[in-house]
Design a protein. Structure first.
Length: 221
């Protein structure tokens, strides 16, 4: 019995003596709490050091700009930039002048359609057909040429083979007739040349009329 008690006392004394040793050993071992940080900040260069100590550059922050009338768009400083909406342009407001400006509204001439028309077969792709019109106070006529005139009764044909004032179509007694206004170029009606001094020639439905390279077909209705 005495031997058992003595043995227990020896074990207790050994355990009491071993606790400081274990604590000292555990304090010397590196633990997870004592692991160095992943990023170690550099120290500032001392006055006597030969080489400057590099410092970590601060991470560029995203810059935010806002365009007028659109959503806010974040633009990174580096990398691929996305397409950005352009801001609206606002015109500078100009001061209103003190003097009054006289404004003239363009007036539209009343136009009356006359029976008959001219189909454009060749020479001028700008027209498919030409209608005969009448203006109040004006004669019932249509002037064709290379140059335009003061009213809708003048039609300009875009061809260098047409004279400035080439042909005149007149409406009288319910019928149309054509006369040559050019002294240099003829008017050809169904392969017959009409000179400047020959006067008017009555037209029938389906007649073919040539003014240079411009070819027309007369339609009575």
């Amino acid at each position: 019995m005495t031997a058992v008690v003595v043995g227990l006392l020896v074990l207790a004394a050994a355990a009491a003596a071993g606790v400081p040793i274990v604590r000292w050993w555990s304090e010397r071992r590196p633990t997870a709490r004592e692991l160095p940080p992943l990023v170690i900040p550099f120290r500032e260069a001392s006055a006597g050091s030969a080489e400057p100590v590099p410092m970590l550059a601060p991470r560029p922050a995203a810059r935010v700009t806002q365009a007028v009338g659109v959503e806010t768009v974040a633009r990174p400083e580096h990398g691929v930039r996305a397409a950005e909406p352009a801001p609206f342009e606002v015109e500078d407001r100009k001061p209103v002048p003190n003097e009054t400006i006289r404004f003239r509204r363009p007036t539209e001439e009343p136009v009356q359609l006359l029976p008959g028309r001219l189909e454009v077969l060749a020479g001028d792709p700008g027209y498919r057909e030409i209608r005969f019109v009448h203006l109040p106070g004006e004669p019932m006529q249509l002037i064709l040429g290379r140059e335009s005139g003061p009213s809708a009764q003048y039609v300009a044909l875009r061809s260098g083979t047409v004279s400035r004032r080439h042909a005149r179509f007149a409406f009288e007694n319910g019928r149309w007739s054509v006369s040559n206004l050019s002294k240099t170029n003829p008017v050809v009606v169904n392969d017959d040349e009409l000179g400047h001094a020959e006067g008017e020639r009555a037209l029938a439905d389906g007649d073919r009329i040539e003014l240079g390279e411009v070819v027309l077909r007369f339609r009575a209705r």
